[in-house]
Design a binder for this molecule. Structure first.
Ligand SMILES: [Zn+2]
Length: 404
């Protein structure tokens, strides 16, 4: 067992999932794949929920197949965000850095809207290349304190630093926060988005647990990281992204920035939900095991009735859920996904062929299990013809449910 990634104290196991293949490791051919241990734990001191396995990040993020630009819903969320950023003071003099900038979609929008200076950092070679092609200068590397020093040497400090959906992926979060403290101007703002632990627990979203998701954050864990690195959270928004996230606005701890009342509101909700109570953390195991059993049973019973079952969404969490609930190409015919990068490949650990959603029809599908459930409305709307012709959807959370 290792120690807490935030405070270095002892951690305690919530659940051991055994071994699964890396959820981003889609294959060109059907074959057996290397699997890695995964378990969920919490820190006995600061209560930070985390996986204990330490994999080489190069295994996980060097060739990343998740593109920001792909979901309509993501684009919509971004547009609302721009309004808030304008109020926060972004203008053409602003210097902006984005950590894990993916294909550059987000900072490209900022550059076009505010005519400001933007730089991205992303470890995935394929995505950094794509961003650079769009004239969004992207450093192809992992962000850490060391890289922050070389960025500072070239570009000095920044007014705004973004880290959207990356904090959960980080092996040594203190190292990243130290790098941000190093690069942020005294009156600068660091904005991060992270899936909220509250939703993962209350809505039983255990499909978020895989090797790429190392830490499961609350406002408290972000505040703990800030405190240790001369930073403070001054505002927080709940956002409807990744099944429910928090967006934290962070300044230097010495800043005179007013602290929003929303901080104490969300802190109270976290405490009231017993997010940091050992007995509640320990109970999560049974909730997960019960859900796995009911989903597996539902699919098995349909299979016994000779129903044709496919999956919609080749997301990382979909790959985790398929593996946790022991469903592979013997139970599931196809996985449909819009991402051209994934079409034609096979799912990791479960060997199911990924196809373009245009092939969804009543001829080959009776039930479509939606594993990208965070965009389920979008998917159902898109596949209304399938529904009209008698096709059915299965939504896995909070409890497996058939929609017809
Ligand atoms: Zn800790």
């Amino acid at each position: 067992m290792s120690n807490c990634r935030i405070c270095d104290n002892k951690i305690k196991k919530i659940i051991d999932f055994g071994k699964i293949a890396l959820v981003g490791n889609f294959l060109k051919k059907k074959r057996k794949q290397k699997k890695y241990k995964i378990s969920l734990n919490y820190c006995v001191s600061c209560k930070h929920v985390q996986i204990s396995e330490k994999l080489n990040p190069h295994l996980l993020f060097k060739n990343y197949l998740w593109e920001t630009g792909i979901s309509e819903r993501n684009i919509h969320i971004l547009k609302n965000f721009l309004q808030k950023l304008k109020k926060l003071g972004i203008n053409k003099k602003s210097k902006i850095l984005e950590i894990a900038s993916n294909d550059g979609s987000f900072i490209k929008i900022l550059k076009e809207k505010f005519d400001c200076f933007v730089i991205g950092v992303d470890p995935a070679k394929n995505l950094a290349k794509k961003a650079n092609k769009k004239n969004i200068f992207t450093i192809n590397n992992f962000f850490d304190y060391k890289l922050s020093c070389s960025i500072k040497g070239k570009y000095n400090k920044f007014d705004y630093i973004f880290a959207r959906n990356v904090i959960a992926h980080i092996k040594e979060p203190n190292n990243i926060f130290r790098g941000i403290d190093n690069l942020l101007k005294d009156d600068g703002t660091f904005i991060l988005e992270v899936p909220h632990l509250l939703n993962i627990f209350n809505k039983n979203q255990y499909d978020n647990i895989f090797h790429e998701h190392i830490g499961f954050h609350s406002l408290k864990s972000i505040q703990d990281l800030c405190k240790a690195n001369n930073l403070k959270v001054f505002d927080v928004d709940k956002i409807n992204s990744q099944g429910g996230s928090i967006r934290c606005f962070i300044s230097k701890s010495t800043s005179t920035q007013l602290v929003s009342k929303k901080i104490s509101v969300i802190s109270k909700i976290e405490k009231k939900s017993n997010l940091f109570l050992n007995s509640n953390l320990n109970m999560f195991k049974n909730k997960i095991l019960n859900h796995i059993e009911s989903l597996h049973e539902l699919i098995l019973s349909l299979k016994r009735r000779k129903k044709k079952i496919s999956v919609y969404g080749a997301s990382g969490k979909g790959q985790a859920l398929l593996q946790f609930s022991k469903m592979d190409n013997n139970m599931i015919d196809f996985v449909f996904d819009k991402s051209k990068l994934k079409q034609g490949l096979f799912t990791p650990g479960t060997n199911i062929e990924i196809k373009n959603p245009k092939y969804i029809s009543r001829k080959n599908v009776d039930y479509l299990l939606i594993l990208s459930w965070n965009i389920k409305e979008e998917i159902i709307k898109q596949e209304k013809k399938f529904l009209k012709e008698g096709g059915k959807f299965i939504i896995p959370f909070p409890q497996p449910k058939i929609i017809n």
